[in-house]
Design a binder for this molecule. Structure first.
Ligand SMILES: *Cc1c(COP(=O)(O)O)cnc(C)c1O
Length: 380
């Protein structure tokens, strides 16, 4: 693939950092994880940051720590990565799905209040493809109903609402460092939050519920377990990669923005497709990809279009291939009413996501735009 959809940009800095960790012999509980937490907190202006082994683990950790479980409900968007819903399922609570807003793909805030019941404990939003949810209305609704607000920021590092970094608008936010996200630690995640007490509990419960870390133990081997907890820690090797990647994030974001502008310009003359409307300036996107929406007729030929793109060396993807409630596991468990998820379904069934990552150049965007145009024109 000449233009892969996603490709981690790893340099000599990451290699040296890994080597340094291996040489040190300290592979967990070290200065790389604490350093990554401090650097990420500083970048986002978060009071607290907690490394975890993945975004999914971190989401589970949050719900578990909030004592969300059987009999409880958490509102989640229908259009998201399955992890957003799975993390609720792990606890025994029920994810309650809400359809997308047509123009952005984000959770439809107009439908939020109707989904709240006496069992609702939290609202989880996802900043879909890096376009931030306009949080003020979500926060107002959450306040009226006394609900925790959780932000799935897996695709939104660098995205802001009125200058505030995503993840700090609600009660907690989580990022993913999976290889094709904005920055990677191979696997990993980071929770950011404002509440010191919740942060302390998360640190405890991500490491067995053990009351003191290695560094805090006066007598080697002696510790107590004060709570139930997982092993959801990030290793020093993963954190070392993350620290180096975070330094490059501003450059990566700049490149994504330039690529997006170039691709959108090129796609402006393609007929049969709709482009997602760009958000107002106060909602700063992290520009994960350019997702195009095919008109109904063209959507029947989506597989053909995607195969032609692949044949021309252009990687593409679908975000996300099904509304989560339509996935077999969820359909079987909760039933599925297609009429409740019309907009989320449109994104799943009619969209194609095109790459704009920092592994590509503006000239590549022009090529991708032209190829797509010719593929579509041949089909019309
Ligand atoms: C990738 C992704 C996740 C899962 O992240 P992991 O780090 O792989 O667990 C969760 N939510 C969204 C929106 C994602 O895009």
């Amino acid at each position: 693939m000449k233009y892969p959809f996603g490709k981690p940009v790893i340099g000599v800095e990451e290699r040296l950092a890994i080597e340094e960790v291996l040489q040190s012999g300290i592979l967990v509980h070290g200065s790389k994880t604490t350093g990554f937490e401090l650097a990420f907190a500083s970048y986002t202006k978060a009071p607290y940051a907690v490394t975890v082994s993945s975004c999914t683990a971190g989401m589970h950790l949050i719900y578990f720590t909030l004592n969300i479980g059987e009999g409880d409900e958490v509102i989640v968007p229908a259009q998201t990565h399955v992890a957003t819903a799975h993390a609720v399922e792990f606890t025994g609570a029920k994810p309650v799905f809400v359809d997308s807003e047509r123009s952005t793909g984000n959770i439809d805030i107009d439908r939020l209040e109707a989904a709240i019941t006496s069992a609702t404990k939290a609202i989880t939003v996802v900043h879909y493809l890096g376009v931030p949810v306009d949080m003020s209305r979500v926060l107002k609704i959450a306040k009226d109903h006394n609900l925790f607000v959780f932000e799935d920021c897996a695709l939104s590092p660098g995205a802001k609402v009125d200058g505030t970094h995503t993840g700090l608008l609600g009660d907690a936010g989580i990022f993913s460092f999976y290889p094709v996200k904005h920055i990677t630690s191979a696997e990993g995640g980071m929770i950011i939050l404002k509440d010191e007490e919740l942060c302390r509990k998360l640190q405890l419960k991500k490491a067995f519920g053990v009351d003191r870390t290695h560094g805090m133990r006066k007598d080697p081997g002696l510790y107590d377990v004060v709570d139930l907890g997982f092993n959801y820690r990030m290793s020093e090797i993963h954190a070392a990669i993350g620290v180096e990647q975070l330094k490059k994030l501003p450059f990566f974001l700049q490149k994504r923005a330039e690529n997006k502008a170039a691709l959108l310009k090129r796609l402006g003359t393609v007929s049969g497709i709709e482009l997602m409307s760009s958000p107002p300036d106060r909602l700063k996107s992290s520009d994960y990809c350019v997702s195009i929406l095919l008109d109904k007729d063209l959507a029947f030929k989506r597989q053909e279009i995607m195969r032609s793109l692949s044949a021309r060396g252009i990687g593409c993807s679908i975000y996300y291939p099904q509304p989560v409630p339509r996935m077999s596991y969820y359909k079987r468990k909760y039933g599925y009413d297609p009429s409740a998820f019309v907009e989320a379904t449109r994104y799943s069934d009619q969209s194609i996501a095109l790459p704009i990552g920092p592994h590509l150049e503006v000239a590549d965007m022009e090529r991708i735009g032209d190829e797509l145009k010719s593929i579509i024109e041949d089909l019309q």
